[in-house]
Design a protein around this ligand. Sequence first.
Ligand code: G6P
Length: 610
Amino acid sequence: MCGIVGYVGGREATPLLIEGLRRLEYRGYDSAGGTITDNGGLVTRKAVGKIRDLENALQRNGLPDSAIGIAHTRWATHGAPNEINAHPHSDCTGEISLVHNGIIENAGTLKKKLVSLGHEFRTETDTEVIAHLIEETYDASLEEAVRTALSQIEGAYGLAIMSSREPGTIIGARNGSPLLVGIGDNDEYFLASDIAAVLAHTRDFVYLEDGEMAVLTRDGYQIYSLKGSQIDKDVTHVDWDLDAIEKSGYDHFMMKEISEQPETLENTMRGRLLEEEGTAKLGGLQHLMDELQETDDIIITACGTSWHAAIIGEYMLEELAGIPVEVEYASEFRYRNPVIRPGTVVMAISQSGETADTLAAVREAKRHGATAMGIVNVVGSTIARETDGGVYIHAGPEIGVASTKAFTSQVITLALVTLLMARQRKMSVIQGREIVQALKALPEQVERVLELDAPIRELARTYKDAANFLYLGRGYNFPTALEGALKLKEISYIHAEGLPAAEMKHGPIALITEDMPVVIVAPNDGVYNKVVSNIEEVKARGGRVIAVVSDGNVELAEKVDHLITIPETIDMLTPVLATVPLQLLAYHIAVLRGCNVDQPRNLAKSVTVE
Ligand code: G6P
């Protein structure tokens, strides 16, 4: 959701800004732009489309040398994705330039007031009001003017602001949208929405909290509250590898991330399995062991793919730990009046750790006195910081907009949490050890599933022109069906629906014809026989069935049109193995249809607006 990058230092700013934007492009990609200083003035360039369109525009027009600038990649909220609405935005005088991630909720009221004071607006964006508000009070200090402007703003923002009157300064401000300061070598400083933008240049970051401002110059950076008091903040060192944010020979980040899963699952589990005791050790939960032991009420909240992992977590925790679990869409949870009792544990699952609705749900849970726990990928992200404790999934940076490796690592993390909480309760050490062994076997089993890439590509060729798909599964694999359908629709634009297999009878069965491919997840688990009956129902109506089954299944070979076989594992871990071929199927169908799999239309990786 919109990406911001800023630079002040001794190097040429434009290539650094372009590189940063390219790394942030997954946050939004309908238009891009930037501003640099030039002999006491500001030069702004914008382009509709991808970062390469901005680069082409820059090459056509040329740019002066400058060592300070801000830039932005946009995911439109207010106003069409055209050049005028692309950031940076400016005031009437052209002295101020700023980029914004978020939504200004009182933009309409502020705009009316500013127009009555004589300000002229050029764009349809909510962002432009900030530039005019700053102009209105800008006297001697940009910092003071920004502070006054922000005191009138309601809504979410991550901002980077420059002025030609103070050309050596960039001001950043945060409320609800992520922003951090990167501390480079040789007196250079970066401002960015996330670390990927500038990881090539620094590993040392200061994360801004809501209500904080950063002032960057060549001489250093200062963090202030919006009221003006200076704040001392810790510097976080991040040791993510640069390779992790590059494609490393793959055509797409999505394929790279699918292929990384044996390794990422290993990383999720590293140092956390206690084989002898048949349980898990999770450092970020050590101080919450009493709360976890005593709770008899869990709510898991998330959005998108993370919400699918949440349902698998619900099934695991209820089956093995015997704790009642509710799974809530974060966007619904935050606006209902959820029943949170003393002792309720609210788990928030988020790859980015920045999803606005999930963050709001965490805050709502905490307001009600719940213990809030995060299951998050991005280290240092807002949800990770605001929860009482949690578990990093350690999947490494996920750049492809369609979540793949984060999903499987989330499921594994939920298995670890389940193991821990179930062993605190009634689960025997023997059963605990069985789960540990099954977890340990997973990376190598996923490796074997990845060997199915070529046959799955062939299957994709057969079905790439289908208009609709159904995905069915039961028990632990109902969420697998939801995830398989989501992968396909988000990157190939084929309509796909995921359902609990037995629910098909209550309506969707009417859709089944020989033109409807039906993907059925039917590993050897406790509901296998039931799913076979559902397969019969589809076949009886002429549907074409692609079944995901366990190795050695001969029964279904004769009944279905295509068989994808995965290794055997315990029921609760079957979604990990069954999801991988569905990721591959969606990927190959999308590639064969000529879709941009890493940047599907209308989507953004990190949804920081509600
Ligand atoms: C967006 C992404 C999805 C992701 C969802 C939740 O919609 O495109 O891939 O599952 O947000 O994101 P989170 O970072 O909270 O897991």
